[in-house]
Design a binder for this molecule. Structure first.
Ligand SMILES: *Cc1c(COP(=O)(O)O)cnc(C)c1O
Length: 357
């Protein structure tokens, strides 16, 4: 304990959602994909020769970079692979933000952001969202006045699922002298007919970075692969200087590349999650929950009058149904429920019917 830096002693670590390794659990608490990874991923895993592990992997993860560049109509210089999307968050702080500089995020948002800014020792400015989880009208002015070096927005928003338009993000990035990091961990589940596309911003603005992950959209949370998209001027210092020398391992590189190449399978999974999102949302609303419109693979559900969200979460857990409760301002009357398979969603709804007051 004596040797920690002051800020480390004072901070709390990130609290991940529970991972129960029992059978028969309906796990809707950490936004994992309910479907298995692509059969192409399983095939690469089966066929990988252990002898290949003797050597170091390609240091820059060329396979992932090329696959992602092709997918998004960018060049590999616009892409860097990371050990989960979370590593990109840490790299952005250590590469671009001085310890005395300010980082702006919204409240609420992804609870890892404050943890990482505390480790780095920089200032954090949290701007409260409106009642409907949208940004306040004054957000851009407040951002400018903050003189922040970095602004992190999660889009679609977590934990509400609300989507900001790419045109708004463009206006924000153009008005902001710092770096805008858009965390698109859940972007794969956005309704395609909305035409949301922030990758186009990467082509024309040199202060926009996008975070992507294979954890949610590609059913690979256990593999730990994400990637960043940005102007080569932003990618290059992270790729050539601040990254761990072999930040993604050989297995991760090969499996992630296979997953990115199988877009047909991935799109089918996303579409099923979207369909289930609509069905589940209607069912829960029918039971008295108030639900924010979500473009993500989860729903933020305010519990019906006369119920206590924390108690409901514990009662669900006793019946082996896991959902997420956040002991945080504005979230204490809500549960965040990941979209499961049709069968899992039915178990959730049936169990809730037994429990609701
Ligand atoms: C899941 C998630 C990430 C990245 O997760 P990894 O598993 O590290 O790729 C980043 N931001 C948000 C908001 C997330 O929910």
């Amino acid at each position: 304990m004596r040797f920690e830096r002051d800020n480390i002693r004072k901070m709390k670590g990130y609290a991940p959602g529970e991972q129960l390794n029992e059978s028969g659990v309906t796990k809707l608490n950490t936004n994992e994909n309910p479907y298995p990874p692509s059969p192409a991923v399983a095939a690469v895993l089966r066929e990988l020769d252990a002898e290949r592990l003797r050597r170091y992997p390609p240091p820059l993860a060329d396979g992932i970079r090329e696959a992602a560049a092709e997918l998004h109509g960018l060049t590999p210089e616009h892409v860097m692979a990371t050990n989960g999307g979370d590593e990109l968050l840490r790299l952005v702080l250590t590469t671009f933000v001085e310890p005395e500089e300010t980082v702006v995020i919204t409240r609420p948002s992804y609870s890892l952001y404050p943890v990482l800014t505390q480790i780095h020792g920089c200032r954090l400015r949290e701007i409260d969202l409106e009642g409907d989880w949208s940004l306040p009208e004054t957000f851009i002015e407040e951002l400018q006045e903050s003189e922040a070096k970095l602004c992190i927005l999660v889009n679609p928003h977590a934990p509400s699922g609300l989507l900001l338009g790419a045109d708004y993000l463009e206006r924000l990035a153009r008005a902001f002298s710092g770096l805008l990091l858009v965390d698109e961990a859940y972007v794969d589940f956005v309704e395609p007919s909305l035409g949301y596309d922030a990758v186009s911003l990467v082509r024309k603005l040199d202060n926009v970075l996008l975070l992507r992950t294979l954890s949610k959209g590609y059913s690979l949370a256990g593999l730990r692969v994400g990637y960043g998209l940005g102007d080569p001027g932003l990618i290059s210092p992270m790729l050539s200087k601040t990254r761990d020398s072999y930040n993604t391992d050989l297995l991760a590189q090969e499996l992630a590349t296979a997953a990115l190449h199988d877009q047909v399978y991935a799109r089918e999974c996303w579409s099923r999650v979207r369909d289930s999102r609509e069905t589940l949302s209607l069912r829960l609303k029918g039971m008295g929950f108030s639900i924010a419109p979500s473009q993500s693979n989860f729903l933020l559900c305010e519990v019906p009058d006369g119920n206590d969200a924390k108690e409901l979460q514990l009662a669900l857990k006793k019946r082996k149904v896991l959902v997420r409760y956040f002991d945080q301002e504005r979230l204490r009357d809500k549960l965040r429920i990941s979209i499961g398979s049709e069968a899992e969603n039915r178990v959730l709804v049936d169990t809730l019917k037994e429990l609701l007051a």
